[in-house]
Design a protein around this ligand. Structure first.
Ligand code: SAM
Length: 301
């Protein structure tokens, strides 16, 4: 399948409206992915804008490069962590950006590729790294962590009430042999949840929360988001706007607090009193948009 068609950019027109790219010069996409938001921003910004795009996933950067080919002389893509946004901007020779977007989490093409290990819909290696060339895989993590550490991760990042039972089941299963496949882990998790509670809630598989928790831990998603949020005020030009799309409450809370702090200091104006959600139509067409929350801020001084 065409990789570009394999990910629908969430809240696309809402992001463009919020960031008002027209006439802006430096656009920064912290999660360029397959380039959907980047392309829309470049189209709206006009011929003088340039875009700096960041992603940890080399495959997605390649796809973004192809998609953004019509703007090639005004686009620079970096394989980097958005937590290091300061270094990227410096390397791109930009002091600050006029519009910043971060569309957090996992892209649909990553989720749908069994080799990446993000999902148990098809069997694959338990990887879950955004950058498959670096860092610890989910298999390493669940092979190495103690029972209480595992339980804490599953509880904190997955908000899973059966975290202790799941951690116990993982530790017991790995004594036999290492847990290395998505489907084996999903089976172990399901088996650890009491039968009555296992019934899928609104179609949610019982292993979904544990998989989310492991993905967040493998990629240090909250740590990276905090580093991005800390760098953001400085990276944003005065009058510039930033938009962040998050997909779960742990992320959204951090964005909300960081924006509120900036507003309280008199340095930023909040553009979204309440987070913007997808329309009913978008939610129907793209289930991934159901949990999306968009928040925006403008730097005032
Ligand atoms: C939801 S997708 C972005 C999709 C993109 N907005 C589009 O329209 O095609 C999120 C992307 O962020 C990347 N990513 C996640 N965490 C990252 C991080 N800390 N630094 C850089 N990229 C990251 C993932 O690899 C993925 O490609």
């Amino acid at each position: 399948m065409d990789r570009i068609a394999a990910h629908d950019s969430v809240l696309l027109s809402e992001v463009v409206q919020l960031l008002a790219p027209a006439g802006r010069h430096v656009l920064l996409d912290c999660t360029v992915g397959l380039g959907g938001h980047a392309e829309a921003m470049l189209q709206a910004a006009g011929p003088h804008a340039r875009l700096i795009g960041i992603d940890l996933d080399e495959g997605n950067l390649l796809a973004a490069k192809r998609r953004l080919a019509p703007f090639a002389d005004r686009v620079r893509l970096f394989k980097a962590n958005f937590a290091d946004v300061r270094d990227v901007l410096a390397e791109a020779g930009a002091a600050a950006a006029d519009a910043i977007i971060a569309d957090l989490g996992v892209a649909s093409n990553q989720l749908d590729d069994p080799q990446r290990g993000f999902s148990f819909a098809a069997d694959g290696p338990l990887d879950m790294r955004f950058d498959p060339q670096a860092g610890t895989t989910a298999a390493d993590l669940i092979g190495r962590l103690g029972e209480s550490e595992l339980a804490e991760i599953i509880y904190k990042y997955g908000q899973e009430r059966y975290s202790r039972r799941i951690a116990r089941a993982i530790v017991s299963a790995r004594k036999g042999r290492p847990i290395e496949r998505t489907v084996s882990l999903a089976r172990i998790v399901s088996g650890a949840i009491p039968a009555g509670a296992r019934k899928t809630r609104r179609g949610v598989h019982p292993a979904t929360r544990t998989f989310q928790a492991l993905r967040i831990a493998v990629n240090d998603e909250l740590g990276n988001l905090e580093r991005l949020l800390a760098a953001l005020p400085e990276m944003l030009a005065v009058g510039g706007r930033a938009a962040i799309i998050s997909f779960h409450s742990l992320e959204d809370r951090r964005v909300k607090v960081a924006f509120a702090d900036l507003a309280a200091q008199g340095r930023g104006g909040i553009l979204t009193k309440k987070p913007v959600a997808a329309t009913v139509d978008e939610k129907r067409k793209n289930p991934r948009s159901r949990s999306a929350k968009l928040r925006g801020i403008e730097r005032i001084v």
